[in-house]
Design a protein around this ligand. Structure first.
Ligand SMILES: C[S@@+](CC[C@H](N)C(=O)[O-])C[C@H]1O[C@@H](n2cnc3c(N)ncnc32)[C@H](O)[C@@H]1O
Length: 279
């Protein structure tokens, strides 16, 4: 049994309430239009694989359920593309901002928000058929990811799709955390990764998966995995990045882009899984 399993969900909620994900992606007034525009620009600049993974335009007129919407960057883009979205988060602070964002961007009529724990989703969010169930960077932060996936599965309509991103074990980021903060103490890997996986240190729970484990997570709930990809190496110098400058580390700067992309697809931090429910 992993030590993460016994952590109370409140510690997870308190962590994300203290600093919602991507809160500091802009220095503009929090809640303003320019603030949200800058949050989105920075997020998709640093994680440019998200729009193609989410494939926003494919869900026009369709029903999308998102678990762990955070500040709602992807949520808004599903809604802008014409989807009818149900967005859920454990963190009330994150939800407040996501709600505000939906109003500011004029898509509030297309999004229903819920404050809920994904592990008990069906006790709060009515179980209805969705075309897409989407969760980016979320289930690896909950004590029982398998329970969250089993709950999410209830919402995928026959022939529907689930897309999730979980962190990848054999990644540059895990190696970097191990060498930078752990001085190579691989036996402390689980704690090291959790502590340093996010912008704000001290994340209580961060599971990591290899491809097989990620696929198993979805297949155990009866879904068929149709695509497994690895992507995303954060290549910027952190002291510059926190000052909103984008300067690559010297060892990435000299690399041809084709080599960098090759490395991202082999050793990226994001394991991107797409699965389908049988018809
Ligand atoms: C890393 S952030 C990702 C936010 C968003 N998906 C994005 O990509 O910007 C993780 C989010 O998952 C939420 N979360 C973590 N565990 C959860 C759970 N059990 N149920 C619902 N939301 C959860 C957190 O509150 C947080 O907003």
């Amino acid at each position: 049994m992993s030590a993460f399993e016994s952590k109370p969900i409140e510690t997870v909620r308190d962590y994300w309430d203290a600093r919602p994900c991507n809160l500091r992606h802009s220095t503009k007034e929090i809640g303003s239009r320019v603030y949200f525009d800058e949050v989105e620009a920075r997020k998709y600049r640093v994680e440019p694989h998200i729009p193609s993974f989410a494939d926003f335009n494919s869900w026009k007129g369709k029903r999308v359920l998102e678990l762990g919407c955070g500040l709602g960057t992807d949520t808004i883009n599903f809604a802008r593309a014409g989807a009818h979205v149900t967005a859920v988060d454990l963190s009330m602070k994150s939800l407040e901002l996501a709600r505000k964002r939906a109003e500011v961007m004029g898509v509030a009529d297309r999004i229903t928000f819920y404050n809920a724990n994904g592990e008990n989703l069906s006790s709060i969010v009515p179980v209805e058929p969705y075309d897409l169930v989407y969760s980016f960077g979320v289930v690896h932060h909950t004590p029982h990811p398998d329970r969250a996936i089993a709950e999410l599965r209830k919402y995928v309509k026959p022939g529907g799709t689930m897309k999730i991103m979980v962190y990848y074990r054999y990644s540059w980021k895990v190696l970097w955390i191990l060498l930078t903060y752990g001085k190579g103490k691989f036996w402390k890997l689980a704690d090291l990764v959790a502590t340093h996986s996010e912008a704000q240190t001290g994340c209580p729970i961060t599971y990591i998966y290899d491809c097989k484990e990620g696929q198993q997570l979805l297949e155990n709930s009866g879904l068929r995995v149709t695509q497994t990809e690895v992507d995303h190496i954060f290549s910027y110098r952190i002291p510059d990045y926190v000052e909103y400058r984008y300067v690559r580390e010297w060892y990435f700067r000299w690399m041809p882009n084709s080599l960098f992309r090759f490395l991202e697809r082999k050793f990226g931090w994001h394991l991107l899984l797409t699965a389908e429910a049988s018809k």
